[in-house]
Design a protein around this ligand. Structure first.
Ligand code: BTN
Length: 255
């Protein structure tokens, strides 16, 4: 699989605290080219969303960060980076599931699910100056050959889902190719296509789902869309629309 720039510079590390932290340090200290990829067999302090720990067994998964320099993107459009990263992983999975036998979805904001279980997560860290982006680190944890998840009931992997082992390097290159495809669309200004495709892949769009807000209040509501800033718009029990950011809302279908 060929790419123009993502993965042309590759750092393979046996072990590191976090590939995202490593990438941020590279950006502070040297000037890595856009598209630089850092991959490791093991993270000692892997970071997940909402300050969680990202645990991944040594040598079994794809644990990587991609350095992008989206200087063309205005600051309040950062959610497009989340969208394109999620779409890239979605594409990788649908390619692997060539017969279309699995239910593949993006769980807002950017978890990737296969048959309702989480197979991959994304953590993006940005650096902004004035109103535009200097750089962005797209951290991706993609479960490949791990089959035991130590009590994480809602986790899965390629191997678990498809019943065979996968070559991690080719999964990583596949991710690079799809991320590049969507990043170039973003650069071309194809927000319409990105929005439309993201919504099409979104778990539970226009369906009644159970949620819990940050006060512990549980309710059923219908996801209708996502704001430009990346908030989820829900049609609430009182028939009003309300938007929520990631800290304000939990899906009640595992996580
Ligand atoms: C999530 O909570 O779903 C996001 C998980 C992101 C994990 C990846 S693994 C590579 C990169 N380095 C990190 O420390 N985190 C991301």
């Amino acid at each position: 699989m060929e790419t123009l720039f993502i993965g042309k510079s590759l750092h393979f590390l046996h072990e590191v605290e976090s590939t995202n932290t490593y990438a941020m340090n590279l950006l502070r200290n040297v000037n890595p080219i856009e598209g630089t990829v850092i991959h490791t067999d093991h993270q000692t302090k892997g970071k997940g969303q909402r300050g969680a720990v990202w645990a991944s067994k040594m040598g079994q998964n794809v644990t990587m960060s991609v350095i992008l320099k989206p200087t063309f993107l205005i600051q309040n459009r950062s959610f497009y980076l989340s969208k394109i990263a999620a779409l890239a992983l979605y594409d990788v999975l649908t390619d692997i599931d060539a017969k279309g036998q699995y239910d593949i979805k993006i769980k807002w904001p950017n978890d990737i699910l296969i048959n309702q279980k989480k197979i991959a997560g994304i953590l993006i860290e940005n650096n902004l100056s004035d109103k535009s982006f200097q750089y962005s680190v797209i951290g991706i944890g993609f479960n490949v050959n791990q089959t035991e998840f130590d009590g994480l009931l809602n986790a899965t992997s390629l191997s678990f889902a498809f019943g065979k082992n996968f070559e991690r390097l080719s999964v990583m290159m596949h991710i690079c190719a799809k991320l590049e495809k969507w990043y170039l669309k973003l650069k071309e200004g194809r927000m319409d296509l990105i929005d439309e495709t993201y919504l099409k892949c979104l778990l539970g769009l226009n369906q009644l789902l159970d949620f819990e807000d940050s006060n512990g209040y549980r309710f059923a509501a219908i996801p209708k869309s996502v704001t430009t800033q990346g908030k989820l718009i829900l049609l609430m029990p009182d028939n009003e629309e309300r938007d929520f950011d990631i800290k304000e809302l939990k899906f009640l279908l595992g996580s």
